[in-house]
Design a protein around this ligand. Sequence first.
Ligand code: ATP
Ligand code: MG
Length: 324
Amino acid sequence: MGKKELAVEVQALKKSFGTKEVLKGLDLSIERGTVYGVLGPNGAGKTTLVNILSTLLRPDGGSLRIFGLDVVRESDAVRRKIGLTGQFAAVDEELSGRDNLVLFSRLAGYSHRAAAARAEQLLAAFNLLEAADRPAEKYSGGMRRRLDIAAAMLVAPELLFLDEPTTGLDPRSRNDVWDIVRFLAEQGTTVLLTTQYLEEADQLADRLAVIDRGVVIAEGTPSELKASVGSGKIMIRLAHPHQRSEAEHVLRRVLHTDVRLYADPTALSAQTTDARQAAAALTELAAAGIETAQFSLGQPSLDEVFLALTGKAVQEEGLEEGMV
Ligand SMILES: Nc1ncnc2c1ncn2[C@@H]1O[C@H](COP(=O)(O)OP(=O)(O)OP(=O)(O)O)[C@@H](O)[C@H]1O
Ligand SMILES: [Mg+2]
């Protein structure tokens, strides 16, 4: 077997709901032991894909394998290899965090005693000991997401699905979840994660696919994708607003690109393809006696990725169907 082992192999996957075609021949390959990001806007088909792979929904067509097993015909064997935390997980709201984890452990086949021990271990690992006896409905968004992931990994799955694990979380909780994903990946779990944030995919994923209306429109490493998008923006705030037009000239000369001016009279930005170019621009500003108070290198947003890949902005769902 010279070929690298595939955790997930999807070919020509199709799924419709009524007359609405949601997945239109989607292809995806994920190597074992990697973190794979599926990036797409609302309604792109991310949750549908995850639900089909995790055997919760039946596909209409195409071939689907998880660790070589046929997802439709060998769904029981597939279920033993996967963990799932959905956008809306199955945690019992009225039970405490601890009781939820014990219950999930019992369902996963642990003895009473082993279940209690495993629950303690997960509560500690996910920093939930303090909140362990509170009902899940009283948890903050971040605590809740950690509990969801803890519940999903009770059986230490070989493949874990995380459907938008950080949507709606504050930056700190988002970082906690990122740490957990990295921890899982180090343990050898293959992770398929869906997200609407390019930055998240960039932080976590070895490779990623961008999906739009049920097909993959780009695939590769985060750097490949960003390079193809001509990514990156240098954002500058000047110490003195009267130097802005001079700064604008310098940036245009060094970066050969359009410069954007903001309502804040000290702020301007320009597209740049790499960090060295950005550094050169800063050096030139200093040499011209222009004082910068602040600068940052930003990543393109999902909107910018879509614009670059499709020439169109992200389409709001519903508009295409003439809904209001
Ligand atoms: N059970 C269903 N019945 C009918 N339509 C559905 C069903 N599930 C999903 N859809 C439709 O399929 C499309 C894709 O939905 P899906 O939930 O997979 O998107 P998503 O990429 O997960 O979006 P989000 O980022 O909002 O979670 C949407 O147009 C949605 O309305
Ligand atoms: Mg979804």
